[in-house]
Design a protein around this ligand. Structure first.
Ligand code: ATP
Ligand code: MG
Length: 415
């Protein structure tokens, strides 16, 4: 992509009305735009990153048998009344949800989805009749709307966001558990591929009314809203919400071996039991001929929260540092003074090789401005072509996460 043609621009300064590092950097670098508190648009660079993250999640969900669909945002209240979740959180803190609701012109009310257990369970009734139709794993990347109380964490907590939500439909507890563990492994693969695996812990958290525990995936980071206790040797963490002597004993953990950390919940997985299948009537006929409710689980990841977490963790004082796997481009090619012609030829050559290249061919920016922008944007490999590098028939190659740079002969350049 030619930077000359790009409609977005970087800003000289970080926005003043943002508290979080991720929003500050992503706005300054032109990845996102703030529309209002807790609501952000994704600009071309931001969308490229988001789509890469979505791509990684999709691969891992498909690898464990997930089938992708797309449910609607607009929700029929009747379905939600069956589980008692049409009510708002304020009215019923135990069961209510952070709804945005809206009126139809010809009377009647709709909701904007904040999760999708109810509509999917309702839909599955048309496809599940016998034990032969199970197990099934269904997922989507879909927009959720949540009337969040706090919205100070940039893209990590927004009122509108895309969620990957998968739901499992199993015949019995054992079958459910096997998939639950498989999905937990897939989650760690996702976080590792996205560059935050080393600091992400599977964390015991409260399970709500239907099971003792749920599992959160918490990334240790100062900007996190959660507090967890981590046993780094055993690779286990416990959320503060459920941290007590009884649970530590049950998990074989010792207080003096655990450290208190701030963390970001990048994903979670939840046993649902028959909480939704019973009220919505999702049952199946067993091999013996009896009728049983389906055992369910839910598995969520917020791709934008994951993106924000990467920015929080890996950026430095100069800007963002993207891991290769989710970077908007792999190469940032800078044409500096005297290097324009050769840079253009190199751009064409790299594009032909199938590399994702951002080519800074802007004519109204100084070399200094281009270098500052390159650090801010955080693309993993920077290549500079200038009169100075060409004197030696070379280009300068530098990794964003390393200090050193090297001169590489133009003909010998392979990436
Ligand atoms: P939290 O406790 O942080 O509010 P949650 O328990 O509401 O999270 P879920 O409803 O299970 O989370 O959503 C699954 C995943 O979606 C979360 O793990 C997180 O990655 C993401 N997510 C949740 N709420 C938001 C939000 N407001 N903005 C962006 N991503 C979110
Ligand atoms: Mg929440």
């Amino acid at each position: 992509m030619r930077q000359f043609q790009l409609f977005t621009k970087t800003s000289r300064n970080a926005p003043k009305d943002e508290e979080s590092k991720n929003a500050k950097l992503l706005i300054q670098a032109g990845f996102i735009r703030k529309e209002m508190a807790g609501v952000y648009s994704f600009l071309p660079f931001g969308l490229r990153v988001l789509n890469k993250i979505i791509g990684i999640i999709r691969e891992e969900m498909n690898a464990i048998g997930g089938q992708e669909l797309l449910l609607t945002t607009l929700q029929d209240p009747e379905v939600w009344k069956k589980t008692g979740r049409w009510v708002e959180e304020e009215a019923d803190p135990q069961h209510g949800l952070p709804w945005f609701k809206t009126k139809l012109v010809n009377k009647g009310e709709l909701g904007l989805a904040n999760t999708h257990e109810e509509p999917l369970t309702n839909l599955m009734r048309e496809h599940v009749a016998s034990y032969r139709d199970l197990p099934r794993y269904v997922y989507q990347f879909q927009t959720k709307f949540r009337n969040e109380l706090r919205a100070k964490s940039g893209i990590m907590r927004t009122r509108e966001f895309i969620m990957k939500d998968l739901y499992s439909f199993s015949r019995n507890e054992e079958e459910f558990r096997a998939f639950y563990e498989q999905c937990a492994e897939a989650y760690m693969k996702i976080f590792t591929r996205a560059g935050i695996g080393e600091r992400t812990y599977r964390t015991f958290a409260s399970g709500g009314s239907f099971s003792k525990f749920s599992d959160e995936f918490q990334t240790i980071c100062q900007a996190g809203e959660d507090t967890i206790y981590v046993d780094k040797k055993k690779n286990i963490a416990v959320n503060k919400e459920v941290y007590n002597d009884e649970i530590l004993m049950e998990l074989g953990l010792k207080k003096n071996e655990m450290s208190e950390e701030r963390a970001i919940e990048v994903g979670n997985i939840f046993p649902l039991g028959t909480k939704f299948s019973v009220p919505l009537g999702l049952t199946f006929k067993t091999a013996e001929g009896s009728e049983k409710p389906v055992i369910m689980g839910s598995y969520g990841i917020g791709p934008a929260r994951l993106m924000g977490t990467v920015v929080e963790m890996l950026s430095d004082e100069k800007g963002i540092v993207w891991p290769e796997s989710i970077a908007p481009f792999s190469v940032h090619l800078l044409a500096l003074e005297g290097g324009e012609k050769e840079a253009k030829a190199l751009y064409e050559r790299l594009e032909k090789q199938g590399m994702e290249v951002l080519y800074d061919d802007r004519t109204d920016k100084s070399s200094g401005e281009k270098l500052v922008d390159a650090d801010l944007l955080g693309i993993p490999t920077r290549i500079v072509v200038s009169a100075r590098t060409l004197e030696q028939g070379s280009v300068e190659v530098k990794k964003r996460n390393e200090e050193k740079h090297e001169l590489v002969k133009l003909d010998a350049l392979t990436l």
